[in-house]
Design a protein around this ligand. Structure first.
Ligand code: SAM
Length: 243
């Protein structure tokens, strides 16, 4: 078992830390998610795709696509085959996991290596944008949100799925306790490493509250709303860019 210091606050160093973390856990990332969330993670992704009101032929970008599940769900929903789905991530090991999964979706997914904070696309390129469980990992959340809104077409929709902060204090205490105990043990058993899951627990607990996230989206120029999922242990944010 190896240990690692807490995630650094300096943006460049945080990015290196996050790369190292996902390279370490990439082959077992899905296993951890399914076990630690009791398969709720896939239900939350389906809720995110439904909230996007995706229609055939749309251009879709899944930022921080990781092992690609959100992008693949979008591709499966693009029944006409005319749409475009792009899954972007800066980690090669995660992109490798994603690209080895594609099977039978009518709309192809384009897997692209790139940084969420410097997206390699012209402004107003996409009808729908997604980011799942990774706004926490960005070095600068405000800059990341502004960059995502830049590449979104006017009238388009950004859907953010994130870990949550239950409003009920008992549920919240139980959730945070489970993150620091059960989730870390599951992570250790599945990957042989503890430190990535210590970071996970700390980053979830230290992240923005839902009202702060909505305020950030609104300050970035979007019309935003929040929906708690599964008693608030996950958060769904929908942000519309004015037409
Ligand atoms: C927790 S995983 C989320 C994966 C996926 N969205 C999901 O729903 O499971 C976070 C992913 O974000 C990627 N990531 C973190 N910061 C990034 C950045 N600045 N640019 C691109 N990808 C980034 C990581 O490499 C990792 O694959």
């Amino acid at each position: 078992m190896t240990s690692a210091p807490p995630a650094p606050a300096v943006p460049q160093e945080k990015s290196v830390f996050i790369q190292r973390l996902f390279t370490t856990i990439a082959p077992r990332y899905d296993w951890f998610n399914r076990l630690a969330s009791l398969n709720l993670d896939q239900r939350w992704r389906r809720r995110a795709v439904a909230a996007s009101e995706l229609t055939p032929g749309m251009r879709v970008l899944d930022v921080c696509t990781g092992s690609g599940d959100l992008a693949l769900m979008c591709a499966a929903a693009q029944t006409s085959g005319r749409g475009i789905v792009v899954g972007l991530d800066f980690n090669d090991a995660m992109l490798h996991t994603a690209s080895s999964k594609l099977r039978g979706a009518e709309t192809a997914v384009w897997w692209i290596r790139g940084d969420a904070q410097r997206l390699p696309f012209a402004s107003q390129s996409f009808d729908r944008l997604f980011i799942g469980f990774s706004t926490r990992n960005l070095s600068d959340v405000s800059a990341g949100v502004r960059e995502m809104l830049r590449v979104l077409k006017a009238g388009g929709r950004l859907v953010i799925l994130e870990t949550g902060r239950p409003s009920n204090p008992v549920v919240r205490a139980a959730y945070f306790a489970a993150l620091f105990t059960v989730a870390r043990v599951v992570g250790l058993l599945v990957t042989g490493r503890l430190w990535p899951f210590t970071y996970l627990a700390r980053s979830v607990k230290g992240f923005l509250r839902p009202d702060q996230m909505v305020a950030l989206l609104t300050a970035s120029g979007a019309r935003a709303w929040y929906q708690p999922l599964s008693w608030g242990i996950a958060s769904l944010y929908v942000a519309d860019k004015p037409a």
